[in-house]
Design a protein. Structure first.
Length: 270
C-alpha cells in the first residue's frame, strides 16, 4: 500500500508540473538586426588626377611674323603637351536612402583642390621665346546622384551629375631683346567651365557611423577654345588666336565618411 501511495503521489506531482510549464510564455529566439545605409553624412577624401590626353594647340597660319622659319605648311602650326598628374583632395556632403534590402539611392556634393598644369615652349616661336601654358583648377566641384547595391555593410555604387572648374590657358612672349625677336605676345583665356561627371566605387561601413570608400570619377571636361591676344613690337596691333583642346580628366580617390541621424537599425521580421 505504501509503495502504491508513493507512486500515485509522484504521478500527481509530474502532471501538475507539466500543466504549470504549459502555461508559461515561450521565450522567442533573438532577432537579428539588419544594417541600414539610410542617413546623411559628411566626409573627406584624397587622391590623384591626370589629364586623359595631351593639350592640343594649333597656332594661327604658320609662317606669319609671329613665327620663325620652322613654321611651315607641313606642320600647320600644331603642337601638343601633357597635363602633369597631380594630387587632389576635398570634402563631401550627401544623404542615402535604402529602398528595400538591396538598393540605396542618394545625392552627393563634393568639392576641393584640383590642379593640373603644364607649360611648353611653342616650337614655332622665334628663338623659342614663347611659352604655352594650360591649367585646370585650383578648385573644382560636382553634384551627383548615386545608386548603390548592398551586401550588408558593403555598398557598390555608381554616380553621375555635373561639375565645374576653372580652365586657363596662355601663350606668352615677353622677351624683346636679342637673341629674342622684338615681337611680344600676351594671349590668354580664363573661364569657369561646366562638364558632366560619371563614375563609381565601393563603400565599406566600419560601424553604424563610420565608413571608408574608394572611387573613380571621370570629369568630362572635353572642349575646344581659343587663346587670343594682341602682339607687340613690330607686330603691334596684330591679333593672335591659338586653337586649344583638352579631353577630360581621370580621378581616383579614397575617403572617410561620418553619418549623422542614423536612427534605429532595421529589424528583420521573422
Amino acid at each position: 500500500m505504501n509503495k502504491l501511495a508513493i507512486a500515485s503521489l509522484a504521478c500527481m506531482a509530474l502532471a501538475t508540473s507539466s500543466a504549470f510549464a504549459a502555461d508559461l510564455p515561450v521565450k522567442a529566439p533573438p532577432v537579428a538586426a539588419v544594417f541600414s545605409w539610410t542617413g546623411c553624412y559628411v566626409g573627406a577624401y584624397g587622391g590623384g588626377a591626370e589629364g586623359a590626353r595631351y593639350v592640343n594647340a594649333v597656332d594661327p597660319t604658320a609662317g606669319t611674323r609671329f613665327y620663325s622659319a620652322n613654321a611651315t605648311i607641313a606642320n600647320a602650326g600644331a603642337f601638343s603637351y601633357p597635363l602633369a598628374a597631380n594630387y587632389m583632395g576635398g570634402g563631401t556632403l550627401g544623404c542615402n536612402w535604402q529602398a528595400g534590402s538591396l538598393v540605396v539611392l542618394g545625392a552627393e556634393a563634393e568639392g576641393g583642390y584640383l590642379n593640373l598644369k603644364r607649360s611648353a615652349v611653342d616650337p614655332y616661336s622665334n628663338g623659342g621665346d614663347t611659352t604655352s601654358t594650360t591649367r585646370i583648377g585650383n578648385w573644382y566641384g560636382a553634384a551627383t546622384g548615386r545608386i548603390g547595391f548592398v551586401a550588408d555593410t558593403l555598398l557598390l555604387y555608381f554616380k553621375g551629375g555635373i561639375g565645374a572648374a576653372t580652365l586657363a590657358s596662355s601663350v606668352v612672349d615677353t622677351c624683346a631683346t636679342a637673341p629674342c625677336s622684338t615681337n611680344t605676345l600676351n594671349a590668354t583665356y580664363t573661364q569657369t567651365r561646366s562638364f558632366g561627371v560619371i563614375g563609381g566605387g565601393f563603400e565599406k561601413a566600419l560601424n553604424a557611423n563610420w565608413s571608408i570608400k574608394a572611387e573613380y570619377l571621370w570629369l568630362a571636361l572635353s572642349t575646344r577654345y581659343q587663346v587670343c591676344g594682341a602682339g607687340g613690337g613690330s607686330v603691334a596691333g596684330l591679333n593672335f588666336c591659338s586653337q586649344h583642346s583638352i579631353d577630360g580628366i581621370h580621378t581616383a580617390k579614397v575617403g572617410l565618411n561620418y553619418r549623422f541621424n542614423w536612427g534605429s537599425p532595421v529589424v528583420a521580421s521573422y
